[in-house]
Design a protein around this ligand. Structure first.
Ligand code: UD1
Length: 417
């Protein structure tokens, strides 16, 4: 099992280019099953992206990497099953359901896996697809989904703006007969990126002023080239790394607008932030200030995925910070690991109170999930001594060349077998 060894205490300084967004690339890879041939630029090298490419191969398409791009080739017949082993590798594999049904008219997939962030049901995905004419049955941990004739459009009102459910419906509805309207749809930038991709393939997707997503079904989609948007969560993580070390960082290749709920938090912590549309410069004070209250919310609110790295930075602030997690249960799994490094955090239900301490110390710590793992790395960068991070496979799901990036801005970090 590989591990990361991080010797804390170096002040990070330099420039990093942020990679393409995992959460945009995955649904777009799923949707690329429909046109068959596509070139996706700025597609990050991540194990989750590899898993999506393996699923495409299982479904009769193929995907290979050419530098920073992934080329998807159609292949012939679509196999409509995703076996358990592939589904378990990541929860977002559920986003292939809409694509398979749109392409084949039926699908058999096992229930998905992924980060264990409390119960992560897929009821919203299934209820929404039923509105488009999908009949769904369950059989020994597998979902059997079928369309009688052709998918048809419909009005889908989501009780919660689920990102994955919105994406699944958008993809399925792209080839349905008639118009689909998704009310209370998610508004994350990854949704707009998926809409842009589908439209580049000849789809007809429109995001209305009120946030409704309107999809007019077309007969077929055609190949396109698309550039995946930049990863706002990776950006927030690297900013947290620089902030906790009192460092200075220039991020390039970002979409600053996507971080509009995140950057004010760093300013509140005393960091100087300068932005252009595609760059963010952060200069951290010697000691960070506490955060009054960070509440995770659907976009454009503060993203749940950035909560744990920011919390790690708050562990060394000169006062107490409060976090309220409104999206997922069990999103504080990093807390016991941070406590092993000397952090003082009290969790009660959705609320976490972080009492800043003067210093953190090194420890042997487990990465609990993708963003929890990133949070532990943030803390280790400022801890006294050398920390050992175990189960770093979680980090590799979402951060491209994590340790090389950190080392390039002055961190003492190495991967060990
Ligand atoms: C996506 C992101 C994830 C991010 C999350 C919220 C990807 C690959 N993952 O996950 O990184 O943290 O958005 O921004 O894009 N829910 C239900 N029933 C459902 C679906 C969701 O109850 O059928 C609940 C979930 O349990 C959770 C909340 O809705 O509490 C948000 O989930 P959702 O927006 O669907 O997140 P994901 O698409 O899984």
């Amino acid at each position: 099992m590989e591990k990361l060894k991080i010797c804390g205490g170096s002040r990070l300084s330099g420039t990093l280019r942020v990679h393409g967004a995992k959460n945009a690339a995955l649904p777009i890879l799923a949707a690329s099953l429909l046109p068959g041939e596509c070139v996706l630029h700025n597609c990050p090298r991540l194990t989750d992206v590899e898993a999506a490419c393996n699923i495409l191969a299982q479904l009769g398409a193929s995907a290979h990497r050419e530098g920073e791009s992934v080329v998807v080739s159609g292949g012939g017949d679509c196999c409509c099953c995703i076996p358990d082993e592939l589904m378990r590798r990541m929860r977002s594999s559920i986003v292939f359901l809409g694509a398979i049904i749109a392409k084949c008219g039926w699908a058999r997939i096992s229930l998905p896996g992924g980060c264990e962030l409390g119960p992560r049901p897929i009821d919203l995905h299934l209820a929404a697809l039923e509105r488009l004419g999908v009949e769904i049955g369950e059989d020994h941990g597998y979902l059997d989904c079928r369309v009688r004739d052709r998918l048809h459009g419909g009005i889908v009102t989501l009780p919660f703006p689920s990102v994955g459910a919105t994406e699944n419906v958008m993809i399925a509805a792209a080839l349905a007969e008639g118009e689909t309207v998704i009310r209370n749809a998610a508004r994350e930038p990854e949704i707009s990126d998926l809409a842009d991709f589908l439209n580049a393939c000849g789809g007809r997707v429109r995001i209305a002023q009120n946030g409704d997503v309107r999809i007019e079904g077309v007969r077929s989609l055609s190949p396109c080239e698309h550039r995946v948007i930049s990863d706002r969560i990776a950006a927030a993580t690297y900013l947290s790394c620089a902030a906790i070390t009192g460092g200075e960082l220039l991020l390039t290749g970002v979409c600053t607008e996507h971080l509009s709920a995140v950057l004010p938090c760093f300013e509140e912590m005393g960091c100087r932030i300068e932005t252009t549309a595609e760059t963010i410069r952060l200069e951290a004070p010697k000691r960070l200030h506490p955060l009054r209250c960070v509440r995770t919310m659907p976009y454009p609110g503060f993203p749940t995925d950035a909560q744990s790295p920011l919390m790690a930075a708050a562990c060394l602030a000169d006062g107490s910070s409060m976090f309220v997690e409104n999206i997922f249960e069990s999103r504080y799994k990093q807390v016991p690991e941070l406590a092993r490094m000397g952090a003082d955090i009290k969790v009660e239900g959705r609320i976490a109170l972080v009492h800043g301490v003067r210093e953190l110390h090194s420890a042997s710590v487990h990465c609990t999930d993708l963003r929890g793992g990133a949070a532990i790395a943030v803390a280790a960068l400022a801890a006294q001594g050398e920390s050992e991070l175990l189960e770093i496979g979680h980090i590799d799901r979402g951060y491209e060349r994590f340790e090389e990036n950190l080392a390039s801005i002055g961190a003492q970090v190495r991967r060990e077998a």
